[in-house]
Write a protein that binds this ligand. Structure first.
Ligand code: DGY
Length: 317
């Protein structure tokens, strides 16, 4: 008999996903912004495939008594109540490692763009105001030779450190515990306060957990150098956005590059959107054709394994 699969997504999932899911079973879609499917349909669901960041809690799992597996498209699972899944013996799969390179590339793209006025420069170069070359105009901050502070030297953070070495940067990092991989990357462990006060660039690459939520607030931003750049390619929730706005508005740090915000998207009238020392992209960290395809395949394979009662290829809970 065909497996009963719930596709939970606000949008049409990445192009290869629907055909792969349809080949595996019968699909029912739930747009989290709309009413849930009929209770009888949910009661038959064996596999939940999640595409996006809407919350999945224990109450939802309880609507699906036959649920055998939850497969998440993406590595971050802060939107899934993992403890509730554990209590119900429902394995949860995600897509670690596959997106490390792409997310580290984006961290560096934001770092370079914020340091060297890439977005403002592009707008200016297209405008009528660009009438002559001025060597004193739009000066940025030097990247090569600078100190990079990485908060969260996990597998994405290590990829960021590798890129920093190619830019002759000195790398310091902060983690819950010193990392065994730090020595090979020449990265030195420091406290969070030391990192914030010593770094020319601060890259946030940690997961969003109850320990990291709001980790970069007013006090932490005040420790940063006035010439420093903050890059967040982790989750918006690790930064206090009101404090970040006030810090950037006061020019107490040089700039910020944000791949993520909270909420996401920010309300269209959010004051951060009016500042020219912040660059914001719409959560594009892992958004390349190659990485999306790898994530699609892994998340579908995780779902299939769970439906067949086999170990998931990457299981987070
Ligand atoms: C991830 O993998 O967590 C990305 O942020 C996309 O969800």
């Amino acid at each position: 008999m065909a497996h009963q699969i719930l596709l939970r997504s606000e949008v049409e999932p990445y192009k290869t996903i629907r055909p792969l899911l349809e080949a595996m079973g019968q699909l029912c879609q739930w747009n989290p912004l709309a009413a849930p499917p009929a209770p009888e349909a949910l009661q038959r669901i064996e596999g939940l495939y999640n595409f996006g960041h809407h919350h999945i809690g224990g109450e939802m799992m309880d609507l699906m008594p036959c649920l055998k597996v939850i497969s998440n498209f993406g590595v971050g699972v802060d939107h899934i109540d993992l403890e509730a899944a554990r209590q119900r013996n429902i394995p949860v799969g995600n897509t670690p490692k596959l997106l490390d390179g792409a997310t580290a590339d984006m961290t560096f793209a934001l770092l370079l763009a914020a340091a060297r006025n890439l977005v403002q420069g592009d707008h200016f170069a297209r405008s009528a105001e660009f009438t002559h070359y001025d060597p004193s105009f739009m000066l940025g901050q030097e990247v090569h030779g600078a100190v990079l502070g990485i908060v969260g030297l996990g597998s994405i953070g290590c990829q960021v450190a590798r890129r920093a070495l190619a830019f002759d940067m000195r790398v310091i990092y902060h983690n819950r515990q010193p990392s065994a991989r730090a020595a090979e990357l020449g990265a030195r462990y420091v406290t969070l306060d030391e990192l914030l006060s010593q770094a020319d660039f601060v890259a946030l690459n940690m997961p969003l957990t109850s320990q990291t939520r709001g980790m970069i607030g007013r006090r932490e931003l005040a420790l940063m150098k006035p010439t420093a750049v903050l890059v967040n390619a982790a989750r918006g929730g690790v930064v206090d956005h009101q404090a970040l706005f006030e810090t950037l508005q006061a020019k107490a740090i040089w700039a910020a590059g944000l791949d993520v915000t909270e909420p996401e998207p920010l309300p269209r009238d959010h004051p951060l959107l009016g500042l020219d020392n912040v660059i914001i992209v719409p959560h594009l960290g892992s958004a390349t054709h190659q990485t999306r395809q790898a994530m699609a395949q892994r998340s579908v394979d995780n779902l299939r394994a769970g439906l067949e009662g086999k170990p998931l290829l990457s299981r987070v809970a």
